[in-house]
Design a protein around this ligand. Structure first.
Ligand SMILES: *Cc1c(COP(=O)(O)O)cnc(C)c1O
Length: 488
């Protein structure tokens, strides 16, 4: 037996593709067999598997039986058409084929030399995507910027914090990390705090500015400006603003135009975290939400969230050189010569890791096998389904839509009775638990201004109108039970 044998690969690869195709078919045709939120208890798997690895080979068929019987029950079915929690992690046939090709070729393009095509395709495909997003020229490799595919949004935010820190340290000369200050809203993704801490920024210098319903939870530019002025007066060095387009809680949008002006005035790096909603900006009607990106220093989207690019794929665009200045290393064993040395990209200097997957292949396949117009329509379909759900909520007096919806997320809740917010929170919490315990749908929650809120996020690739209608029926059914019981 050899670890790689093309005939075994052919035979078993076909079996695996059939297995995966059946999975998707069954998710659609037999939803009762696939509770969307896994209903297993912690530790369930230990009793089902042996204590140690086998000494001798086992047949693939037996293994796949185990997947069906032991693993799949322990999955939360993110690709189920009735998955509406968090944000989706959208898959597609093209994305899957791209993953398969990338896994199959298994090249490691850390420098241009180690696979010229892996590097050059990434540069080109990220220019394509930048054009679909109408990003300014200074984020294109043909301008004075360029893109890089990070593994995740968290990694994207981390590397730009490091690049911004490098830029400010070089500018102000020797300074103490304790002087450096960053700004974001209290709705910013938790990855920002983690990135700052890894970057040595002091926790007490992370200014998370308060938001409320008056701006639909977007970051108020006035608070940013006031915070910067007061920090400067106290001798701090403001160097980074993280603006979010489509926050994780409620898909709020920070106003990039005024924030960008502030960042520019004070020479502060502005990053735009558009992990979820940035994908929608390939549609002209949503592009306005990233207006102002011209004044940003970097922007990232998660193509694995809502551009059908299967886990994981987080394109990040920056001005040329900025990441390299902070992250470049030059060990002798990676040295090589090309004729025009300065014209090649070495992606190892744009990221944390050395090794990297050939992810651009997947993005290239998604863009080519669907084309921009279909991708726009996939996104529009999801937004329309969310609108549909929002209409249902708005028509039921027991419920309310809590925030203005821009994309495919609806934030809603059972309304309070007699102004009793505590009891209202309790009922919504109970409704969430009940609905999810049915296994028929999976939704998630957040808290905004002390209110416990239910989140209904459309984005799974199999979701159709009938699934949204059914989800609303299930929510209403379980709500009505205690609406009546508790004399609403
Ligand atoms: C999902 C998300 C992230 C985190 O992205 P990962 O790829 O999971 O690391 C960061 N910011 C926002 C706004 C997100 O929606």
């Amino acid at each position: 037996m050899k670890p790689m044998d093309s005939e075994v690969l052919r035979e078993q690869g076909h079996i695996m593709v059939d297995f995966i195709a059946d999975y998707y078919k069954n998710l659609e045709d037999s939803p009762q067999d696939f509770p969307v939120l896994s209903q297993v208890q912690p530790g369930y798997l230990r009793d089902m598997l042996p204590d140690s690895a086998p000494d001798h080979p086992e047949p693939l068929k037996e293994l796949l039986d185990d997947v069906s019987k032991k693993i799949i029950p322990g999955l939360t079915h993110w690709q189920s058409p009735s998955y509406f929690a968090y944000y989706a992690s959208s898959t597609s046939v093209a994305g899957f084929l791209g993953e398969m090709l990338s896994a199959g070729l298994s090249v490691v393009g850390f420098t241009w030399l180690t696979s010229p095509a892996a590097t050059e395709l990434e540069v080109i495909v990220l220019d394509w995507l930048a054009k679909l997003l109408q990003l300014p020229d200074n984020f294109l490799s043909t301008g004075n910027g360029g893109g890089v595919i990070q593994g995740t949004g968290c990694e994207a935010v981390l590397v730009v914090v490091l690049a911004a820190r490098d830029r400010i340290m070089k500018k102000v000369g020797k300074t103490s990390l304790s002087q450096l200050v960053v700004y974001a809203s209290d709705q910013t993704h938790s990855s920002f705090r983690k990135a700052c801490l890894i970057g040595g920024i002091h926790e007490e210098n992370i200014r998370l500015l308060k938001t409320d319903s008056s701006t639909n939870y977007g970051m108020p530019p006035k608070s940013v400006e006031e915070a910067i002025s007061s920090d400067l007066a106290e001798g701090f060095i403001p160097f980074f603003i993280c603006a979010t387009v489509g926050t994780t809680s409620s898909a709020a949008v920070d106003p990039l135009v005024p924030l960008g002006k502030i960042a520019k005035n004070y020479g502060i790096w502005m990053h735009v975290d558009a992990a979820y909603a940035g994908n929608a900006c390939i549609c002209p009607e949503f592009r306005k939400y990233i207006d102002g990106v011209e004044n940003a220093d970097s922007i990232n989207i998660n193509a694995h969230k809502w551009l059908f690019a299967n886990q994981t794929c987080s394109p990040l665009w920056v001005k040329v050189g900025t990441l390299i200045n902070a992250l470049k290393t030059n060990p002798e064993y990676l040295e090589y010569k090309v004729s025009k040395r300065n014209e090649v990209v070495n992606y190892k200097d744009w990221q944390i890791s050395l090794s990297r997957r050939f992810r651009s292949l997947k993005l290239w396949m998604v863009l080519r096998l669907y084309g921009a117009e279909n991708l726009r329509n996939f996104i529009r379909d999801h937004v329309n389904l969310a609108r549909h759900f929002e209409d249902y909520v708005a028509q039921d007096a027991h419920f309310e839509v809590v925030t203005t919806r821009y994309f495919s997320l609806v934030c809603f809740r059972l309304v309070p009775v007699d102004g009793d917010e505590d009891k209202c929170n309790e009922r919504n919490r109970e409704l969430l638990a009940t609905v999810n315990s049915t296994g028929q749908i999976f939704i998630s929650h957040t808290v905004l201004s002390g209110k416990f809120i239910l989140r209904f996020a459309v984005g799974a690739p199999l979701t159709e109108e009938k699934h949204v209608t059914e989800a609303w029926r299930i929510i209403q059914k379980h709500a009505s039970k205690f609406i009546h019981k508790k004399k609403y």
